[in-house]
Design a protein around this ligand. Structure first.
Ligand code: UD1
Length: 385
């Protein structure tokens, strides 16, 4: 029997969990070929941002927890690197798999590549071309260092090729988050989330907001809140509030006006199933999240994204997404249009089909010999003559 390929998967923050879930499950079906170890950095730690996803998405408990918590970017990244370096040396995996674009993704990528461990990035090749976004830096660094780049769309391949990444490293597999969505859609549909909030299917808007560019500046946040208050006069809004946003709303005196508006329901972050249930029946979604742009496109629910750019442009060209920035008037105008019945219908995206984890595992099997080759062989420089 040939040796098993030891894979360390790394997660840290909420949007990572729905990306590692399907891959962990698929790797665990192939125990003759793979040994899978799950490492959680602890970037997100509140039960509602964390534990509930593991239980609902049926992801096994992390084998190792680094418990790093919050901090400045440098502090958080450094703590993850220190913690993960120790773990990676002890575990000595053949392959580290990172997902998405959060600080945990980049920190683990740096550690793996400096230790000479083969690095795979799931959701490679996304680019907003806006380096004010911490995630864009995380994406560029992670992709530059990765040995295997699993991409969600053909455009992501093009982005990587344009940056000089070798074609042989790139594998177009599709969008892994949609694997999770497809798997849990039925279960979500049975949740009473919509009715228990006193809402009617198609009769409310769902709101999320957490990006520093939107929530960290009281002027910007004030304009957005003003827009929500105006839209809520026409359509009830359910706002699931990220911990960072709660802090900023309270600090800038904007929490009370929102809380007092009868058309606005402020609620804590929801688990995956309830959020999916609410998203699926919403008249529209207003968000600044990355993944929600994709989920609404898959579900064909109109989405207004409070950003000036997106690393997921296919959701605009082929989906239901529209960028509206963070100016009050534009948000209100576009929301009223949707409420009035004018909305993008969207279409299907290639490879967003629930089989992404399958394709990744097949590809890892094909590349097993390369991945398990000694670092001295893999990393030897080409002889220059
Ligand atoms: C992180 C990701 C972002 C992702 C988002 C999803 C980075 C750079 N950003 O942003 O890409 O879209 O997760 O939520 O990695 N906090 C809590 N409890 C928690 C986690 C955070 O209270 O469990 C608060 C803390 O005050 C913390 C702040 O939220 O300082 C920000 O957390 P952090 O992990 O730095 O970034 P997010 O804004 O969550």
């Amino acid at each position: 029997m040939s040796a098993k390929l030891k894979v360390a998967g790394v997660v840290g923050a909420r949007p990572n969990f729905m990306k590692i879930g399907p891959l962990a499950a698929e790797l665990e079906k192939h125990t003759e070929d793979f040994e899978f170890v799950l490492v959680h950095t602890g970037q997100h730690y509140d039960p509602l941002m964390n534990d509930i996803f593991f239980s609902q998405l049926d992801i096994r408990k992390p084998d190792i927890h680094l418990g790093v918590g919050s901090g400045s970017h440098a502090e958080q990244t450094a703590k993850i690197m220190l913690g993960f370096e120790k773990v990676a040396v002890e575990l000595a995996p053949h392959l580290v798999v990172v997902v998405g674009d959060v600080n945990s993704t980049m920190a683990a990528a740096l550690v793996a590549s400096k230790l000479g461990i083969v690095l795979a990035h799931v959701e490679a090749g996304l680019r907003s071309r806006d380096r004010r976004m911490p995630e864009e830096i995380n994406r560029i660094v992670t992709d530059t260092l990765s040995d295997i780049l699993f991409t969600p769309t053909p455009l992501a391949d093009e982005n990587l090729l344009a940056e000089g990444i070798e074609r042989s490293k790139i594998c177009l597999v599709g969008n892994i988050m949609i694997d999770t969505l497809i798997r849990f859609l039925k279960l979500a549909a049975n949740r009473p989330a919509v009715r228990s909030l006193g809402l009617e299917p198609g009769g409310y808007g769902l709101v999320t907001l957490h990006r520093p560019a939107n929530v960290d500046h009281p002027d910007v946040l004030g304009g957005i809140v003003e827009a929500f208050l105006r839209v809520a006069e026409e359509l009830p809004l359910v706002f699931t509030v990220h911990p960072r946003t709660v802090k900023m709303l309270k600090a800038s005196g904007l929490y009370t006006p929102l809380e007092s508006e009868p058309g606005v329901r402020l609620i804590e972050p929801l688990g995956y199933l309830d959020f999916l249930a609410l998203m699926k029946e919403a008249k529209m979604v207003i968000t600044d999240s990355g993944g929600i742009q994709e989920e609404t496109t898959y579900l064909r629910i109109p989405c207004l994204t409070l950003r000036e750019n997106t690393e997921r442009p296919e959701t605009i060209s082929q989906g239901t997404n529209l960028l509206v920035g963070h100016g009050c008037e534009k948000i209100v105008t576009e929301a009223l249009r949707i409420i009035g019945g004018e909305s993008k219908k969207g279409g299907e995206l290639e490879f967003w089909d629930g089989k992404v984890a399958l394709r990744i595992v097949a590809e890892l099997k094909k590349r097993k010999d390369m991945i398990m080759a000694p670092a001295a062989e893999r990393l030897a420089p080409e002889v220059q003559v």
